[in-house]
Design a protein around this ligand. Structure first.
Ligand code: BTN
Length: 245
């Protein structure tokens, strides 16, 4: 890992994208982001110096453009495994499809993956990670944020050791993408840590229609298949359906 820390930037994903020759394992961390970006065009709130806002550049040579969801699986699994080591006993982080990290019904970590493709190959992948660590209160309209300090009795954590743990977990899980057996392990780990992975829950379509369904599978391309109570199965790509909190 090659760690670059900047005191302030708009977005670490944008900054690392200006470093085209950065090697695999470059990590850009900002103490403050002035325009942190989230999924669906949202912004990402993080109080200066309190949390981890960083981007990891990886060059996953064994992942084709059509297999991009593998990276999403690997990073999501890496984050929950890393959190296993720092959350208090009895608390477990889970993966809200496709790649939010939740503890209970609250979001502790957001991931924004931006890939550059050359033909059918992923030239580089920027893994933007916002992990809430020491921030006690959140001001934005994000519905349900939480940080480690809210869950561990108020004990603040040092940030630097967490970066090392994060890189170790990301690198280890990305390596699994190199073989079929590794990919199978990754899929099993991802599926076993899915938030609301058991039982029926309420979902909403973009037009507001709500329905109850259970998650049946997450395919290799990231498509989620849901089963309604009458047995009807429907499949959705990211943004085509939302969990109702
Ligand atoms: C989400 O909406 O859940 C994704 C949030 C991703 C936030 C991180 S913070 C570091 C990196 N830089 C950004 O601008 N966004 C990501």
């Amino acid at each position: 890992m090659n760690l670059i820390t900047v005191s302030e930037t708009e977005s670490t994903n944008s900054l690392i994208a200006t470093m085209p020759d950065a090697p695999h394992g470059t990590v850009v961390r900002a103490v403050a982001q002035t325009a942190g970006r989230g999924q669906r065009g949202n912004s990402w709130e993080s109080e200066t110096g309190k949390n981890l806002t960083l981007s990891i550049l990886v060059r996953p040579s064994h992942v084709k453009a059509t297999e991009q969801f593998l990276i999403c699986r690997a990073v999501s699994v890496a984050l929950v495994e890393m959190l296993d080591k720092v959350l208090p006993d009895g608390l477990r982080a889970e993966i809200k499809w496709p790649n939010d990290i939740y503890v209970g019904d609250r979001k502790i970590c957001g991931i924004l993956i931006e890939n550059s493709l050359t033909g059918n190959v992923i030239d580089r992948s920027i893994l933007g990670i916002g992990l809430n660590v020491n921030q006690r209160e959140f001001k934005s309209d994000a519905p349900n944020p939480v940080s480690i300090v809210n869950l561990n009795g108020g004990r603040e954590l040092e940030l630097e050791p967490l970066i090392e743990m994060m890189w170790e977990a990301v690198d280890r899980n990305l390596s699994l993408c190199a073989t079929e057996s590794g990919r199978a392990v990754l899929t099993e780990k991802y599926d076993s840590r899915l938030w609301r992975g058991e039982g029926f829950h309420t979902f909403a379509l973009p037009d507001g229609t709500r329905f109850k369904a259970a998650i049946r599978s997450i395919a290799d391309n990231g498509v989620m298949t849901l089963e309604e109570q009458d047995g009807t199965r429907r499949s959705f790509a990211f943004k085509e359906v939302q969990f109702v909190l």
